[in-house]
Design a protein around this ligand. Sequence first.
Ligand SMILES: [Mg+2]
Length: 243
Amino acid sequence: MTASPSLVGLRDTGVWIFDLDNTLYPASCNLFAQVDRRIGEYIARHFDIPFEQARLQQKRFFREYGTTLNGLMAEHRVDPIDYMDYVHDIDVSSVQPSALLIAALDRLPGRKVIYTNGSTRHAENVAGRLGVLDRFEAIYDIVTADYRPKPDPRPYADLIARHGIDPARACMVEDIARNLAPAHALGMTTVWLRGEKDYERAGVEDGQHIDHQVDDLPRWLATVAGLEVAGLESGADGPATPL
Ligand SMILES: [Mg+2]
């Protein structure tokens, strides 16, 4: 696959900002199902209530506060670190190291940052499993964001200030389309990793804030980087093919 002119321009990107969950690894790994269950278990243990009742609490916190954690912190002063350590203590073996992703990140010029609504420990766990952790110079997590999850615009501004990012030369990649709106408003190039679920697609119809739509991130990044994709995809579990 030869990169189109619009993709060739992306090689001048100064900073790549990647979401973590369902972006750096495919949604089919289904890690969120484990996290979601651990959240229910955490609430059940914390309040000593049955799991099904905890589920209702979880849904209410999410609805009223944007995240379950914010509800727990606001109403019950739950220790956020204790909470995140518990809910992110999951089995990540469904995430497969991707030789293509590794090769693409290595070839792509520009700094790389992870921006996640999860914790740094979770990002290190998953990116380590993918084999790409040392390709990122920083992880901007929900603690650094002062517990303001995307798409709250404040942490986006903090992220670029903290890491000296020129938004005009930055590119953000996300599976949840609405999380790209604040990035676009700052002047970043935006890449939506297409999904079918309502929460992933919300806002796509007005679409002004989405510059590129992508189905397969490692393959797309490799194309942007000018890599020959054939030969790298098949050996997903093996060492990267010498370039
Ligand atoms: Mg995500």
